[in-house]
Design a protein around this ligand. Structure first.
Ligand SMILES: CC(C)(COP(=O)([O-])OP(=O)([O-])OC[C@H]1O[C@@H](n2cnc3c(N)ncnc32)[C@H](O)[C@@H]1OP(=O)([O-])[O-])[C@@H](O)C(=O)NCCC(=O)NCCSC(=O)C[C@@](C)(O)CC(=O)[O-]
Length: 374
């Protein structure tokens, strides 16, 4: 057997001895929940244009992708994941990401609120392509953290996202390398992105189940990886239930473990797939634990090329309706979103996977036909 590299040895030692706790100064959100004022604002991260479309076999025209982003930008969503700088041999659908980023920065996309556009980059090769475009349009986006938007024209912020996995099998399938190697590849991407004043998101896939290793993913491994990624400079960890195997008790256990490792609510976004219909239950559990950031995909578009059988991301329409029914504020126009979900589902030639989207449009059709009959 090949000798273990030093970082891998260190990480294994950590994993099997004691849980690691992220070191930083205490902040308001470290106070017990009872001492914090209840915040009913929720941030939704729309992943439809990237996670939603990456798995589609039929090539979707660039114009359709841009129109999707333009339409989403008008709904009140604060973050849109717009593309992915990965190998076109591995994920051909994302081959137009350079054109998408160039369009956003050179032509601009009208929106009433400040927007962040997110792009995946798993290695320096991907990051360098993104950075070359950003350098050509350095006046067209704001540095992160952005100055007060009141005093600056409405320009977007750009986010770069790396993506790790909580299991070795998924890391190998998705990134063609081990977890430890992936962290080594991400380190220069994260530091270069931070040096360029970009926001950095770090995904961890398979946090509640793996298509190859099953449901027993250790929350301690997820916590350890989260700590490593935050210490490397990531601004946020998105926890991916890639297979949709997550259940309410497992979600609760995971979040408790992350909290014990020192992660704060603002460090975490939840990324649920709805394969087993548990996404909204798990959203509620996360909400009760203080989570206020959720990834979702318009029309429930999506799947993952390396997670056979996984259905789409939880639909943004379903999440908005659910959260607002609980008194939370998303700031998103549900009816506009429902129209987009219906339109893009038709464009990609699949049924609209959002029950709320279909219900909202059905109710509107009924109302209109009753209005005509009266
Ligand atoms: C990461 C690699 C590139 C490593 O792939 P590799 O084969 O190990 O890398 P390599 O360095 O040997 O390069 C192989 C070829 O890819 C090229 N290459 C290398 N890197 C890039 C790049 N950045 N952009 C464009 N091209 C690239 C490179 O130039 C070379 O081209 P060739 O010489 O054969 O012509 C590959 O494994 C890959 O692209 N994987 C794609 C994985 C992916 O996109 N998965 C989906 C996103 S993750 C996800 O969906 C989960 C998430 C985030 O939503 C959360 C959840 O739900 O779990």
């Amino acid at each position: 057997m090949a000798p273990l590299t030093l970082p891998l040895r260190r990480s294994l030692l950590r994993r099997f001895t004691q849980p690691r706790h992220i070191r930083r100064l205490a902040t308001a959100s470290d106070r017990p929940q009872s001492q914090q004022s209840f915040d009913n604002r929720v941030k939704l991260i729309e992943v439809g244009p990237r996670d939603g479309l990456q798995n589609e076999k039929k090539t979707i025209p660039l114009e359709t992708k841009i129109e999707l982003i333009q339409r989403l930008a008008k709904t009140g969503l604060p973050v849109i994941e717009a593309g992915s700088f990965v190998s076109p041999k591995w994920v051909p659908q994302m081959a137009s990401s350079s054109e998408i980023m160039t369009h956003i920065l050179s032509k601009g996309i009208p929106s009433e609120q400040p927007l962040t556009y997110s792009f995946l980059a798993p290695n320096t090769k991907g990051f360098d392509v993104a950075k070359a475009i950003l350098d050509q349009h350095s006046d067209s986006f704001l540095p992160f953290p952005p100055p007060s938007q009141k005093s600056t024209p409405a320009k977007p912020t750009i986010e770069i996202a790396v993506f790790a996995a909580a299991t070795e099998s998924f890391s190998k399938a998705n990134l063609n390398c081990s977890i430890a190697e992936s962290l080594e590849r991400f380190a220069p991407v994260i530091s270069s992105a931070k040096a360029a004043n970009l926001r950095v998101r770090a995904y961890i896939s398979c946090v509640l189940g793996c298509p190859f290793e099953g449901t027993s993913v250790s929350p301690h491994v997820v916590a350890d990886l989260s700590v490593s990624l935050l210490e490397a400079g990531a601004d946020e960890i998105s926890l991916g239930d890639t297979t949709g195997m997550g259940t309410a008790p497992k979600t609760r256990d995971l979040l408790e473990c992350l909290r014990s490792a020192g992660l704060r609510n603002e460090d975490i976004a939840m990324h649920f797939h709805d394969t087993y219909g548990q996404a909204l239950v798990n959203t509620l559990v996360s909400l009760e634990a203080g989570g206020r950031k959720f990834d979702s995909s318009v029309g429930g578009l999506g799947g993952c090329p390396y997670s056979p059988g996984a259905t789409g991301n939880v639909s943004t329409e379903d999440v908005v309706y659910f959260l607002e029914s609980l008194g939370m504020r998303t700031g998103v126009d549900l009816e506009a979103l429902a129209e987009i979900g219906e339109w893009i589902s038709e464009e990609v030639g699949r049924p609209n996977a959002s029950s709320v989207g279909r219900a909202v449009l059905g109710a509107r059709r009924r109302k209109r036909s009753e209005g005509k009959a009266a």
